[in-house]
Ligand binder design. Sequence first.
Ligand code: ADP
Length: 200
Amino acid sequence: MVTNITWHHNLTKEERDTLNGQKGATLWLTGLSASGKSTIACGLERLLLNKGVHSYRLDGDNIRFGLNKDLGFSEKDRAENIRRISEVSKLFADASSISITSFISPYKADRELARKLHEESNLPFVEIHVDVPLSVAEERDPKGLYKKAREGLIKNFTGIDDPYEAPEKPEIYLNTSEFSINECVEAIYEYLVEHKLLSI
Ligand code: ADP
């Protein structure tokens, strides 16, 4: 489908990172609705910005208001949703920013595509499984979505009538029924420091 277009190069990645004073990376949060992805992403974005690290959050609901407002929740639309997010987060990482994505992203194949897109371009991809027992997620139910799904008012709801394929080897595993919001944010920050993702 793509014809007569060429990718334009200007700065090398190293030059861009040096001039920006930091490297880019994508931190890919995945987990059930209400597992805590958005809450942790917000805390982490705030922490990184306070430390002078440029960072930006791509959040499931927010992206569906704009870029992906034409997409629903069928398997095909969910895959396209994740493909677009993957491409956008890759651009942020290439622009030396830390992009934090928070999407349920329930299917392994879609997350693998996101990883592959980054790895092909030598951009760090950190998969973070934000885990919680379904019963705890249902108890939290901050947006009342589980209740609606149980009543049959929402179809294809992950964990209820749609599967969640848990990552087998995420770079970071967080159980939010055992660790506090701050502990989860700190664990991610420590990983970034340890793996030298915050320095040039
Ligand atoms: P998601 O983005 O995964 O759908 P949200 O972050 O919107 O989830 O909601 C998670 C809810 O769980 C919030 O109300 C949050 O305050 C609560 N919560 C309780 N403990 C934790 C924790 N350790 N980490 C993240 N969220 C937690």
